[in-house]
Design a protein around this ligand. Sequence first.
Ligand SMILES: NC(=O)c1ccc[n+]([C@@H]2O[C@H](COP(=O)([O-])OP(=O)(O)OC[C@H]3O[C@@H](n4cnc5c(N)ncnc54)[C@H](O)[C@@H]3O)[C@@H](O)[C@H]2O)c1
Length: 270
Amino acid sequence: MAKMKVGIVGCGNIASDICRAIREKGLMAEVVALTDVDVAKAETLRQDHDLNAVITSLDKTVAAVDYVVECAVGIVVPEVLQSAIKYRVDCLIMSVGGFMSQPELLEEARKNRVHVWLPTGAVCGIDGIRSAMQAGLESVTLTTRKPPRGLVGAPYLKEHNIDVEHLSEPLIVFDGTAREAVKAFPANVNVAAALSLAGIGPDATRVRLVADPDATMNTHEIHAVGAFGELTTVTQNRPSPRNPKSSYMASLSASAEVAAAAAVFAARES
Ligand SMILES: NC(=O)c1ccc[n+]([C@@H]2O[C@H](COP(=O)([O-])OP(=O)(O)OC[C@H]3O[C@@H](n4cnc5c(N)ncnc54)[C@H](O)[C@@H]3O)[C@@H](O)[C@H]2O)c1
């Protein structure tokens, strides 16, 4: 049976976890093209996972595959979608925050019959939000709780002179819309973006960020109220075993999406 040809844009930690999952889980998928602004990263990925893949430009990567995985950075998302539309290739976009400034890109892909898979990433409950939206939602709130060291250096804290390094109790450092949150804490954009896109949008979704000196993990709590009833989910994320800066769940979510796409591809081809 033919394997799904996968192209990877951004050869960092998530890319490495995807390659590992493809190999260890025996997925009907094969990474055949890689691109990265840092060619050395692509070379390392190719060697670490013994890939029979070309290292080439973004456009040529997309042209060569059945499915493209973007796991690079938000600013590259428009270019990935442009190429995906040009070559009619479905794609998984990990840098969901890349849609916050240009949500119309999703509609453009849909019109061109390109399927864009958005991962649930580091948070659970987005499936419920998407379902609930069918009947409408009144409110959606994301409360993210982090150890203070995970927030140090955020532009918002600097601008507002908020010191999180000497806290003795939890402090709400931000309370606003998802759109404002993404600007204020660019390193935390993906969860807020994914929740907004699945639900009531970046201006109606409320985001609260708590610096908690007793927290050992990043916790995301979603609370939503709508015609369906009420939903609360809590996700406590361990860091990824090979990347302390990223939640393990994000990589697991990427691997689950690739597995699902490979299964759809295999069913289509058989
Ligand atoms: N959806 C989620 O919940 C979620 C969770 C974690 C991370 N992410 C996002 O996934 C992406 C990848 O995360 P990671 O932990 O693997 O990051 P990483 O830093 O380990 O890897 C990113 C790679 O992309 C490359 N890169 C940067 N700019 C590029 C460009 N313009 N074109 C091509 N390559 C480029 C870098 O050189 C690097 O090799 C990030 O955007 C991150 O924010 C999403």
